[in-house]
Design a protein around this ligand. Sequence first.
Ligand code: C2O
Ligand code: CU
Length: 594
Amino acid sequence: MANFALFLVFWALFLLSFTTFGSTKVVEHTFYVQSVIERRLCKDQAITVVNGSFPGPTIYAEDGDNLIIHVINESPYNMTIHWHGIKQQFSCWADGTGYITQCPIRPGNKFTHRFNISGQEGTLWWHAHTGFHRATVHGAIIIYPRPGRSYPFPKPDEEVPIILGEWWNENITELEKQLDVTGWGPNSSDAFLINGYPGDLYSCSSNDGRRFLKVPQDDQDSGLQLSSTPEHLKPGTFKLRVTYGKTYLLRIINSAINPNYFLAIADHKMIVVAADASYTKPYSIDILVLAPGQSYDVLLVANQPPQQYYMATQIHRESTAEIPNSLPASALIIYENAGNSPPKFPYLPDMYDTQTSFNFFNGLSGLDTGPFWDPLPLEVDEHMFITVSLGLIDCPTPEKCPKNNGMLMVTSLNNESFILPTDKLSFLEAFYHNVDGVYEDDFPSKPPLEFDYTSSNNGDKECWSKQSTKVKRIKFNSTVEIVFQGTSCGKGENHPLHLHGYNFYVLGQGLGNYNATKHASLLNFQNPVVRNTVDVVADGWVVIRFRADNPGVWFLHCHIEGHVPIGMATAFIVEDGPTLSTTLPPPPLDLPEC
Ligand code: C2O
Ligand code: CU
């Protein structure tokens, strides 16, 4: 009862906030999650989407807006929708993370997310947060400056969301089941996509049209001839029509399940102005690098001869695993009055070019002044050192691990391989109502063993992991610094780590083992880039820092979807602050039950 009274007080305050501040407006949407048939690569495939569109609808909002989004699950699957990168200040209940902040919405049920966007501008996205559904259940979130404010760069003439995705000629839920059996995810999709389309390099079957030849590495102006695919066999291509002299703000999102992407546009530079909806120092580049989960705001100036140009992606792999499909996805940039000459294809790095990826991330920096600049907290309360790793556990049932001698390949953080209980309460409910037995709150602040993390000699002793539900509990407002250390257990792979509920400062990155003394000079305390997803490159390290000023349960996980169900996750439980306004409100009454 006390709870209900508190609930009413919070709601009264929430509703009041709609009326008291003149500029706060309400953005309301209804998301119907449904199955539809889409045709790609000359094949019909049933997929799950929102409001009939793939990618799903774009949410447009201004900083300061209140969002109300009704999610109605008309699909046959359990579903949650997560607002990736939205800080959810004091609204953890709306975060939409399956079994962490809520139980899934069962088929035929619904849930209304209510949250405020505050202190954020730029491009984020929303996606399903149950299993692999985010492959097709996703869309952009575009946050404009609040009235009276402008971008910290000249106003572009037009803005265009660009969503990088993937396509499977298979039911994604079936693929997920394979993951359970083999302990490993689907390696590659059948096509890579730009705004839902694979582009001209793909043809419907291997027998028709031209076969793609490797993109030349050394000739930036090699226009590829692609005209021999008969027109009716060409799968769709996203086309962006531009006018000479205009500036376009591309809002680019990597929604893919597995790959990092390189992205380039023939003959055009790009200027990065924001990463994960945090402004950056303008950064002029030829190749953009996006790990799964990351987004960028990029300026494109149409200043080249009026022709057609390809925008294309190449996947980036850090391990040399077999890739069945590595055809670039492509889109066309078509100038007004473009002649008939064949479109030029951009130079794209080699699939295994980790140096280009590392250099790109190293070149990013944040602002050091302005409305959205929060000075870096200099005192650290919680130091954590987290190994980000593949690992082995005892095989739970022999038929699961035919190849590995009774051992199962997993992923882990500090040798804890996270398992998400799906038969109880969500973690947030368990925390809020003080229910034991859902999680353990003793996630270790360092690995069980110190070792030469990136040496190729690591074996069972170093890489052995155990399954647990361990999370880390932290006091309100403490400053947390984390060193993420990649390891060579199994094989070194990159891992884009994403933290819910927060942006963090990326202080630095490097290759090999992190050494506080040796690497202090590599850290940027001046203008570190601020983001929500950081790519820990294979056999490398990253240092991040954030202030835990948002109570709730916040998932921390690799954004390579195949790595999550096998363990690369944990959560931060951030306690309430001392006052009512620093306390997490009670759960909404329609919160789905398990
Ligand atoms: Cu973009 Cu936990 O997700
Ligand atoms: Cu990973």
